[in-house]
Design a protein around this ligand. Structure first.
Ligand code: GLN
Length: 404
């Protein structure tokens, strides 16, 4: 059987080509204006590392600003949240990507605009790392997110470095505020290399899914950064990832995302899907016209909006069995599904109703597939309290969901 997912993606791609040649190629980096503006590819990566890709899937392009969330992730992993927050904030700027977006205390507003991303690049690696070591760690780290060795496009790198006056000015400004660790020239050089790494849409989808999978690359299985880092990065992507179009994006598409001037957009929906789209023509915010359109379609069709409430946990209770008089049948509370806070609360309410008659109780978790930390703690506490009330409690937990 041919997967309907690929056919669906082809259809989305076709429908997003309408409107032909809307948008402009980025030209402030001369080499970027040399690409074929009609290229268009879409990829999805799922939780188990399956990648669907349609269109110009072999086309490589430079990652540009889509590198920013990953460099931020590495800085967080290396320096801790407080260590990074000392240098770069997390407030949306509402400005264009290359604006002087600074807090009153001189910190760049966030790591998704250039001024914050240059500062963040210098925070990767230990404090004593040289600028070259930080850049090497960024390249190695982004490669781990992609699951393959990424290479710098030397032509794009040289082209951007020659025209990097504005980024250089931003770096000097941060340095003057005491927030940039490296020499501004080295920081801009390293950051420009970071932006010049070559990727394709599959790479973007896998990188996004790694963020959406709490830092574990779904293809290689490598834990690239800790889970808390991904929560932080996705939060900042949700509020700042699409520059001055961030509010529109969050309400229309509702997926933490990042765009780049090469024409790519990547989106990461926690626990569900990683998306990579590429099409070089940009709108007035510097976001790819077709990629934005494609993401709007994907989000609407597949119900991917982050703020759309998931199915309410109405089926937590599989059944309650009352004990019989001759003691053959014990009192049993049977649960099912996934135990997170809302589900475990329903379960606890059921345990609350167990009469204080010292009769044994069976908690049947055979149909419970998983529990998160809070769900596990709540169920264990329920068992403990039943025991304190004098019940003998048997927990049937063949899936080990209450184990650590
Ligand atoms: N390298 C680009 C720059 O610094 C990245 C900008 C972007 O993709 N929005 O200007």
């Amino acid at each position: 059987m041919r997967s309907p997912v690929s056919d669906y993606l082809e259809e989305v791609r076709g429908s997003c080509m309408d409107g032909g040649d809307e948008g402009q190629l980025a030209s402030y980096i001369p080499e970027l204006a040399a690409v074929d503006p009609d290229r268009f590819a879409i990829a999805l990566c799922t939780v188990d590392g399956t990648v669907y890709a349609v269109g110009d899937v072999e086309q490589r392009f430079t990652i540009q600003s889509m590198s920013k969330p990953f460099a931020y992730a590495l800085a967080l992993a290396d320096r801790g949240l407080a260590g990074v927050l000392e240098h770069v904030g997390v407030e949306p700027s509402g400005d264009a990507f290359n604006e002087i977006s600074m807090e009153d205390d001189g910190r760049p507003r966030n790591p998704m605009v250039n001024i914050g991303a240059i500062t963040t690049h210098a925070l990767v690696g230990p404090p004593e790392a040289t600028a070259e070591q930080s850049t090497a760690r960024v390249i190695q780290g982004l490669s781990a997110f992609a699951g393959r060795q990424l290479e710098v496009d030397e032509q794009v790198f040289a082209s951007e470095r020659e025209t990097a006056d504005r980024n250089m000015a931003l770096a000097y400004l941060v340095r003057a505020q005491g927030k940039l660790e490296d020499d501004p020239r080295d920081a801009v050089d390293g950051y420009t290399r970071q932006c010049s790494l070559q990727v394709d849409v599959r790479d973007l989808a896998v990188m996004a899914m790694t963020l959406a999978s709490s830092g574990r690359n779904p293809v290689t299985g490598e834990q690239v950064v800790p889970a808390w880092v991904c929560r932080q990065v996705l939060s900042v992507m949700a509020t700042c990832g699409m520059y001055d179009a961030a509010g529109d994006w969050m309400s229309n598409v509702g997926i933490p995302a990042k765009s780049g001037v090469s024409g790519g957009v990547l989106g990461a929906l926690p626990g569900q899907v990683g998306i990579g789209v590429f099409s070089p023509r940009l709108d007035e915010f510097g976001n790819s016209v077709r990629a934005v359109r494609a993401c709007e379609r994907l989000s609407n069709d597949m119900g991917l909006h982050l703020m759309q409430a998931p199915e309410i946990a109405s089926t937590v209770l599989h059944g309650v069995v009352e004990p019989d008089d001759d003691g053959d049948q014990l009192r049993e509370v049977r649960l099912q599904g996934t135990m997170h806070f809302a589900a475990a609360e329903v379960a606890l309410r059921q345990l609350e109703q167990v009469p204080e008659d010292a009769a044994p109780v069976v908690l049947d978790l055979t149909r419970v597939s998983s529990a998160n930390d809070v769900g596990r703690r709540m169920l264990r506490e329920g068992v403990r309290r039943l025991q304190l009330d004098g019940h003998q409690v048997r927990v049937d937990d063949p899936n080990g969901v209450l184990d650590d």
